[in-house]
Design a protein around this ligand. Structure first.
Ligand SMILES: [Zn+2]
Length: 295
């Protein structure tokens, strides 16, 4: 990716299982994309490597912590350094939701907006908060876990073990689980959404609850962070569009603090599949700016 966001080379491979295989696959894939990019007249040698990875991870040290969906060989693994060493460049790493927030801030729906919240509603629900132009990281680099906002203290159990979190209602995992428990069988979220459109009453209830939970979360997000924009991406958000956003806009208008509610625009994210690549550029740009040791 060039400085201005132009994508020169791209390569996708299936994610292997172990840490060693992943580092090898990354090195091979990156070398191949460099080779194809080198054919462009605008090619320059890479100066840094930005990595978007599943969390939880420690962005200050470039170490994966205990990502539940990855092999144990990746737990406490210094992925940034290992891949950087392979390519001979310095590497920075951040969790995919933070990278997506940076991408929207640099090239997407929040260009020139210093105060915004990004949320992805997808298999899981995650987020990133940018305040005064800085990504909020927190003491451990783990801030912005918006999927674990409590919507209902008596609600369904979330993947994290707590009750009634947004992710338990509105994520793909949560919607699938609700469908299973309602006796609809094994369905992906998009199949539940299709069943709603086909007139299935149970599916409509589940999707309605997912949208209502999102709307309740939007009120909290707007009240708590006072963003100029609340930007929502992820497969479920893109598929539902205004069906998801409009009830949230209404709830913020009706129940949010009036000044925050008047300020905020609730809108879809603009970057699609390449959000991690574009965001990695923003991450690399941002890294040297921190004078407080950020990355
Ligand atoms: Zn949770």
């Amino acid at each position: 990716v060039l400085r201005d966001g132009t994508l020169l080379g791209r390569r996708a491979v299936r994610t292997p299982r172990t840490a060693r295989e992943i580092v090898a696959a990354c090195a091979e894939g990156l070398s191949a994309s460099l080779a194809s990019a080198a054919e462009s007249s605008r090619f320059e040698q890479p100066t840094a490597l930005g990595i978007s990875a599943p969390g939880p991870l420690d962005p200050y040290r470039g170490v994966l912590l205990d990502p539940p969906n990855l092999d144990r060989s990746l737990w406490n693994y210094p992925l940034a350094q290992r891949i950087g060493d392979q390519l001979g460049v310095s590497a920075v790493m951040a969790v995919d939701t933070h990278v997506a927030a940076l991408a929207e801030g640099s090239f997407g729906a929040a260009v020139g907006v210093p105060d915004f919240v990004y949320m992805t509603v997808s298999t899981g629900v995650g987020g990133g908060v940018v305040s005064g132009g800085r990504l909020m990281l927190g003491a451990d680099g783990l801030a912005g876990e918006l999927g674990h906002l409590t919507i209902d203290i008596n609600g369904p159990v979330c993947g994290c073990g707590a009750r009634g979190h947004l992710e338990a209602f509105s994520s793909g995992m949560g919607i699938s689980k609700a469908a299973r428990e309602a006796g609809l069988g094994e369905m992906e979220a998009r199949e539940v959404a299709a069943a709603e459109d086909a007139g299935n009453r149970l599916a409509a209830e589940i999707m309605g609850r997912a949208r209502a939970a999102f709307a309740a979360a939007a009120v909290s997000v707007v009240d708590v962070f006072n963003p100029s924009r609340f930007i929502v991406g992820g497969g479920i958000a893109f598929a539902q569009g205004d069906r998801l956003l409009e009830p949230a806009r209404r709830a913020v208008r009706d129940f949010g603090y009036h000044r925050q509610a008047e300020r905020v625009q609730i809108m879809l994210a603009q970057l699609g599949d390449d959000v991690g690549l574009i965001g990695a550029l923003a991450l690399v740009h941002l890294a040297p700016l921190g004078d407080d040791g950020y990355l």
